[in-house]
Design a protein around this ligand. Structure first.
Ligand code: ZN
Length: 339
């Protein structure tokens, strides 16, 4: 009960990439970079274990960004001629590559880090991939002419990688879909269908992470416009509840999502975000336990996994791991109280 995990990414060591930022440039290249990524992955595993994290990730140490770490391995995308595009329904502008032809995967994407992680931890292992809708929302389309069609094309590629990750020994493959609470109608129209295509025949547990984004300014500004209660999830939870996805990861700590909405996800395991990644204030175990207890009012206890609200990539490393230690201690406290 109350196993712990992290949403996905963790800060990278300073010798691997510039600290405290998204899109941090690598400090090395070639074979040295490859070796440094492997070392950083092992370190991330060890530190998660020390913090009492039960289901660890590779910390996404081998990718510069959660979307582009995948897209870099896809043919049919022109990275030379990027265009500026409003993403997440124009919440912020980004310089994005263009899809110019049929999408094809150039072999495996995360095999190296998945196998390395599997060989070096006895804990449950989760590997993350961007979801089809979020991929569609992060590239410019100059080929398909239809978001749903392009999402299905990405889903086929994601499926190949997800099957590979399960074969590498991942216990959970998680698709990150922050776009899900931006395009709620699309989730019902084709978002779930694309996810189903992505998980078809995948031989391990599957999860989807939805959230209100990293703690960057554009997201903070957007959140300020959402009112006192964030009810976006209300529109998509019923569709997720009837989907074939096993687990749903949602942000709960310091968010204005009424946790009563979690009851709309009946039947799913819930990765309850009990750590705020938009604040450097380190939670106390007591605060973590309180989020878990609140979630337990709406979700059967055996279906709760304690997690972070979102990825921690842009955070300070010391703060991030202090928060993970609080997560481990808070889940232990909740187990004592509610077990
Ligand atoms: Zn997130």
């Amino acid at each position: 009960m109350f196993d712990t995990t992290v949403a996905g990414s963790l800060p990278k060591p300073v010798w691997l990439a510039e600290p405290d930022r998204l899109w941090a440039p690598w400090r090395l290249d070639g074979a040295e970079l490859d070796a440094a990524k492997r070392d950083a992955t092992l370190l991330a595993l060890k530190l998660q274990e020390d913090c009492g994290i039960d289901m660890v990730t590779d910390g996404e140490q081998s990718r510069q960004h959660f979307v582009h770490g995948f897209v870099e391995f896809v043919d049919g995308i022109d990275f030379e001629h990027k265009v500026e595009m409003g993403i997440r329904a124009d919440r912020y502008k980004a310089s994005v590559p263009q899809v110019t032809g049929e999408l094809r995967l150039r072999g495996r994407v995360h095999e190296t880090e998945a196998r390395l992680a599997r060989a070096h931890t006895g804990r449950k292992l989760k590997i993350t991939l961007p979801g089809p809708m979020t991929l569609v929302d992060t590239v410019a389309d100059a080929h398909y002419g239809d978001r749903a069609e392009m999402a299905m094309a990405f889903a086929v590629l994601l499926n190949a990688e997800a099957r590979g990750l399960a074969a590498d020994g991942a216990d959970v493959v998680q698709f990150d879909e922050p776009a899900f609470n931006v395009y709620m109608a699309d989730v019902r129209d084709w978002g779930i269908e694309a996810l189903h295509r992505a998980i078809e025949g995948v031989g391990c547990t599957t999860a989807v992470h939805i959230c209100y984004g990293y703690g960057i300014k554009a997201n903070a500004d957007w959140k300020a416009t959402l009112g006192s209660e964030w009810r976006q999830y209300e529109e998509i939870f019923p569709a997720l509840a009837s989907s074939r996805i096993d687990q749903v990861s949602v942000e709960c700590r310091n968010s204005r999502v009424p946790l009563s909405l979690l009851s709309l996800l009946e039947g799913k395991d819930i990765q309850v975000g009990a750590i705020d990644v938009a604040s450097d204030e380190v939670e106390t175990p007591e605060q973590v336990a309180a989020v878990i207890a609140e979630a337990a009012r709406y979700v059967p206890r055996e279906k709760i996994i304690a997690s972070t609200n979102c990825g921690m990539a842009p955070m300070s490393r010391d703060v991030a791991y202090a928060k993970l230690a609080a997560l481990g201690q808070g889940a232990a406290l909740a187990r004592e109280r509610l077990g």
